[in-house]
Ligand binder design. Structure first.
Ligand code: NAP
Length: 266
């Protein structure tokens, strides 16, 4: 999720975006297409989507407060994040992010096409009043077999979402490989995963993210800030063997933030 999504007044996000500095505000659809063409794409229908993680964190690696969002992205970081949305076919978040942040997951800070929206919610617990239901190119809610009740399927479908129920993990969550199969079948070749922490952790732990962009905001959240990642390694004796790295890195400024992006190496 991006730090531009206001949970209070609906006009909040629009007011913040007006403050985006000129050089970032004027990016054209042509520039967006240029980014899009740099993202590797799953050519074959059976290939899983290319997954890019994109999130904003504090200097101490935290992405939110336990039940509230933290405004971390700079105005320029918001533009980058919206460009990333426009460059991908769909944007995915976990059910907690929908409950806490109520994001729209749309492109508003730059030109570009609107991505489809995807929520992972094992029990299909997504309120029909959530802003991801607002008009757009499509919403897919993915639940887990054994937890997704038929009445929830009917409720979300009536509210305008498409619903898929896929295999569950042993702990009753949506199986990510199964979800990616369903997402690919839905026509998504490039997938942007914005969070939150449990979702980011799961994609890295299961080695399903191919690239990542991390905006690092120059502030500390401290306790009780929510750390971006839980355990992602196998807990190897050699601690360095359980880390994940970025290769072919690019480091840029986005206003006061630093943005690091690269290919994920497991
Ligand atoms: N700074 C940023 O860039 C950024 C971006 C996004 C979010 N956030 C913050 O992140 C916070 C939410 O993070 P979070 O970790 O609490 O929740 P989350 O990652 O948004 O959602 C986690 C939920 O997703 C569902 N899920 C389904 N399948 C899963 C799987 N295989 N693995 C993991 N989860 C799965 C589970 O709920 P079910 O039982 O319903 O399936 C799980 O509890 C919010 O406060 C938000 O502000 C920050």
């Amino acid at each position: 999720m991006l730090a531009d999504e206001s949970t209070d007044a609906r006009g909040g996000a629009r007011r913040r975006l007006r403050r985006v500095p000129k050089p970032f505000a004027g990016w054209t659809a042509r520039a967006i297409c240029a980014i899009r063409s740099t993202i590797p794409v799953a050519d074959e229908p059976h290939e899983l989507p290319h997954v890019t993680l994109h999130f904003a964190q504090s200097l101490d690696g935290r992405i939110a407060f336990p039940r509230a969002r933290a405004r971390l992205s700079s105005p320029e970081g918001i533009v980058l994040a919206h460009r990333a949305r426009a460059a991908n076919d769909a944007v995915l978040v976990g059910s907690r992010t929908v409950h806490v942040d109520d994001p729209r997951l749309t492109v508003r800070a730059c030109d570009g096409r609107q991505p489809r929206r995807i929520v992972l919610a094992s029990g299909l617990d997504v309120p029909a009043s959530a802003r991801v239901f607002e008009r757009g190119p499509g919403l897919l809610v993915i639940g887990a077999r054994g937890r997704a009740a038929p009445d929830a399927v009917a409720r979300l479908t009536a509210a305008g979402a498409q619903v898929r129920v896929v295999d569950a993990t042993p702990d009753g969550l949506v199986s990510l490989p199964a979800a990616l199969d369903a997402i690919r079948a839905w026509g998504v070749a490039r997938l942007l995963v914005e969070g939150g922490a449990r979702i980011l952790t799961a994609f890295l732990r299961e080695r399903l993210a191919a690239s990542a962009t991390v905006e690092i905001a120059p502030r500390w959240l401290g306790e009780p800030g929510l750390v971006a990642l839980g355990a992602i390694g196998a807990g190897a004796k050699d601690a360095s063997a359980s880390t994940v790295a970025l290769a072919e890195t690019h480091v840029d400024r986005a206003g006061e933030s630093v943005v690091v992006r690269g290919r994920v190496v497991y």
